[in-house]
Design a binder for this molecule. Sequence first.
Ligand SMILES: [Zn+2]
Length: 107
Amino acid sequence: MIECNKCKAQINLKVKEERIPGTELDAQYIQCEECKKKYIVLLKDGKTKAMLLRAKNMQARYRRMHGRKNVAEVEAYRKHMENYQRTIQRYQLQLRNNNKNLIKDYL
Ligand SMILES: [Zn+2]
């Protein structure tokens, strides 16, 4: 469980999503039920959505590779997937940084 920084209550980890008004950005967040403080989980723009879809497709492909491709090939693909996850994480940090003032209610 996570404790709310503001009121110290335990936060329900159910992730909700909403559009940030006046933008093309969607915020995934968890919310303290006591004081209603929101905490960002993921900030999504069009590029993030495309990247997440690609990552999901890569995982499906990786699962299909098992038992069919040789071990080295499967391992190389796993590394490729991990690199892509890091690319997504870097982009997430950049996106949050570029929209600091828009997400201040979620931090
Ligand atoms: Zn709270």
